[in-house]
Design a binder for this molecule. Structure first.
Ligand SMILES: C[C@](O)(CO)[C@H](O)COP(=O)(O)OP(=O)(O)OC[C@H]1O[C@@H](n2ccc(N)nc2=O)[C@H](O)[C@@H]1O
Ligand SMILES: Nc1ncnc2c1ncn2[C@@H]1O[C@H](COP(=O)(O)OP(=O)(O)OP(=O)(O)O)[C@@H](O)[C@H]1O
Length: 297
């Protein structure tokens, strides 16, 4: 057994998030077009006498260090499947904004699964790993596979998508977080009769063509009105990024991180500087997509 294993896992942005009505189980059917972006958490696992988790990086103080941590739950589920004890020290080096709608906790769960499977030599099949991911959360399967994918069901049923070029993004990190269930509840309040969600053919074509202008014209997030209702100052952030020349401005997933599509790297740097100077966000990060899924380092 090697001394430790590290896995790098990307954040995501939802370039289309079409949300249907609440289902009897409380979840919502989605047409969720995920794109992995090059902001990463790293999960390192080391054999230990008992399960333990530590976390460093921006927002680390908001990450639970008990059994509610999604990475710990991932290690426990994998260990239970193989009838072994989950005795590892999990260390999370966070770079994905916490509670920002960029699937940071989901990334850590996918990373912990891949890292523990390698450390323990349990040889879990990819299909079984994806099943475990879906048990942990709707976004977790995509954190494992990365790239771009259409998520249906509650977002866990994935179909890989082709991406024909590099997209340049700026992410404005807000002061504070938003709870994903609260945003879905607000969506229900604002949208009494949501139609069945469908992926947009024009958006899928824009991704396939690597065409930033076409993508900018087709991005949508049905959770955006709910996120803005709960966090009204995000309107100022969106306006600041648009004024600085972003091709598109939208709330990332359930927010409160906002995402700005830029024409190229130079334009992305300019939008990021303008966002910070506007005082409408805590910080701004530049990243490219697509990015690979969970990767052993
Ligand atoms: C907003 C997104 O990040 C977009 O990718 C996801 O839909 C949320 O995915 P997630 O954080 O992995 O969500 P889960 O951990 O599966 O669920 C958390 C809560 O979000 C709500 N939820 C989530 C996914 C979904 N399709 N419908 C929902 O209503 C439910 O209230 C659920 O209890
Ligand atoms: N490993 C983890 N990293 C971050 N948060 C975690 C983790 N495990 C559990 N959590 C809890 O999950 C909450 C949501 O954090 P997370 O960073 O995953 O949000 P998010 O990016 O909005 O998620 P999503 O985009 O999947 O809805 C946090 O407030 C925290 O209490």
């Amino acid at each position: 057994m090697s001394a430790s294993v590290t896995v790098r896992v990307p954040a995501k942005v939802n370039v289309q998030l079409a949300v249907g009505a609440a289902r009897p189980d409380g979840f919502h059917d989605l047409a969720n077009v995920f794109l992995a972006v090059g902001l990463y958490d790293e999960v390192t696992v080391t054999p230990a006498d008992e399960p333990r988790v530590t976390c460093e990086g921006p927002g680390a103080d908001q990450v639970p260090l008990d059994r509610t941590n999604l990475a710990v739950r991932a290690a426990e589920l994998l260990a239970a499947r193989h009838g072994i004890a989950p005795d590892v020290h999990l260390h999370i080096a966070k770079d994905i904004p916490v509670a920002g709608g960029m699937a940071g906790g989901s990334a850590d769960a996918a990373g912990a699964l891949v890292a523990c499977d390698a450390l323990w030599g349990t040889g879990t099949s990819r299909a079984e790993l994806i099943d475990i991911c879906a048990e942990l959360g709707s976004d977790v399967p995509f954190s494992l596979v990365g790239g771009a994918a259409l998520g249906t069901g509650r977002g866990e049923k994935l179909e890989p998508l082709d991406v024909g070029g590099t997209f340049f993004w700026v992410f404005a990190v807000a002061d504070g977080g938003l709870s994903t269930p609260a945003v879905y509840r607000e969506f229900d309040r604002l949208t009494p009769a949501a139609p069945a969600p469908e992926a947009s053919p024009a958006l899928l074509a824009a991704l396939r063509d690597g065409d930033a202008d076409a993508l900018a014209a087709t991005v949508t997030n049905d959770l955006q009105p709910a996120a803005l209702s709960l966090f009204p100052s995000l309107r100022d952030t969106l306006a600041a990024g648009t004024a600085a020349g972003a091709l598109a401005a939208l709330v990332s997933g359930s927010g409160p991180t906002t995402a700005f599509l830029a024409r190229d790297q130079v334009s992305a740097a300019r939008v990021a500087d303008a966002l910070v100077a506007s005082g409408t966000c805590r910080t701004a990060r530049v990243a490219q997509s697509p990015a690979p899924g969970a990767t052993l380092l």
